[in-house]
Design a protein around this ligand. Structure first.
Ligand code: ATP
Length: 265
């Protein structure tokens, strides 16, 4: 809590220059409960599973995965914050918690405005055409029919999927699906946009367009969080980087400094 108070007093000082706080993450802990064997002898081989069935034993013991361990920071209007870290360091978990999709085990997330999570697996419907997904996606984001008509062509252009917009999404490559998702989600100005690796599958041209779009969103006073393994994207797009290591913040600050330290680690 002392840490948060310190951060908030800094916010008060910085308020005039960098915008008001949009997301406050206060000593956040996220714990997953999973069923799995805790001892070597119980490990999940076919023979062990069969033995459990024969002996009518229930599911293996429940164990907890402590994915985020006491993370605290404040994000402001107009910021793009990159989240980096090795596999399993808690990046996606943190984004999902900010989006309100995972309940905190301890601590809290406060958001000013509606956070929207744009992930590679965001819920578009594969059996529907791109066209239907654009319309439904825009409605789901709260746009009116008139706004959807106004933005439709721009979304198709931005996605670069061309005539595929008439085909079901099940016929798209993963890159095409990701581009359409990004085009739909970014057609609206979000208070807080959370992007999880969505730029990973696009080509160079699409990455450039997406980065420009993220900049526009920042200028429109939104806050963008970006999880990416491609550090160039983070460096070029973000004004701040948070480095997560085993669920904790290892370093946070200027992108160049944090990325240098991360690359040396
Ligand atoms: N649904 C889940 N159930 C149980 N454990 C999970 C679940 N999702 C993630 N974890 C665990 O939580 C920890 C953090 O995972 P998370 O996906 O947040 O990391 P990440 O930094 O995004 O990884 P990556 O770079 O591989 O995408 C890992 O130990 C992972 O195994």
């Amino acid at each position: 809590m002392a840490e948060l108070t310190k951060e908030l007093s800094q916010v008060a000082l910085e308020d005039q220059t960098v915008g008001t706080p949009t997301v406050i993450v206060d000593d956040l802990h996220i714990v997953y409960k999973v069923y799995g064997s805790t001892s070597e002898s119980q490990k999940g081989s076919a023979a062990n599973a069969l033995m459990r069935l024969v002996r009518r034993q229930g599911r293996p013991e429940m164990k907890e995965v402590h994915a985020v361990k006491g993370v605290t920071f404040v994000a402001h209007h107009g910021e793009a914050i990159g989240i980096i870290g090795r596999n399993g360091s808690g990046k996606s978990t943190l984004l999902r918690a900010i989006a309100g999709l995972l309940p905190p085990h301890k601590g809290a997330v406060y958001t000013n405005g509606q956070p929207s999570l744009l992930g590679v697996n965001a819920a578009l419907m594969k059996e529907l055409t791109g066209e239907r997904n654009i319309v439904l996606g825009c409605y789901a984001m709260g746009m009116s029919p008139a706004e959807v008509r106004e933005r439709y062509d721009e979304i198709v252009d931005f996605s670069g999927i061309g005539e595929f917009v008439q085909f079901p999404m099940s016929t798209y490559s993963s890159g095409m699906g990701a581009r359409l998702r990004f085009a739909i989600s970014s057609a609206k100005t979000h208070d807080v946009l959370l992007i999880d690796e969505a730029l990973a599958t696009g080509d160079r041209d699409f990455k450039r367009k997406s980065q420009e779009r993220i900049m526009q969103m920042r200028e429109a006073a939104g806050t963008v969080f970006l999880v990416a393994h491609n550090l160039d994207v983070i460096e070029e797009t973000c004004n701040r980087v948070i480095w997560l290591h085993k669920g904790k913040i290892k370093m946070e600050g200027d992108p160049q400094e944090v990325l240098d330290a991360y690359n040396k680690a």
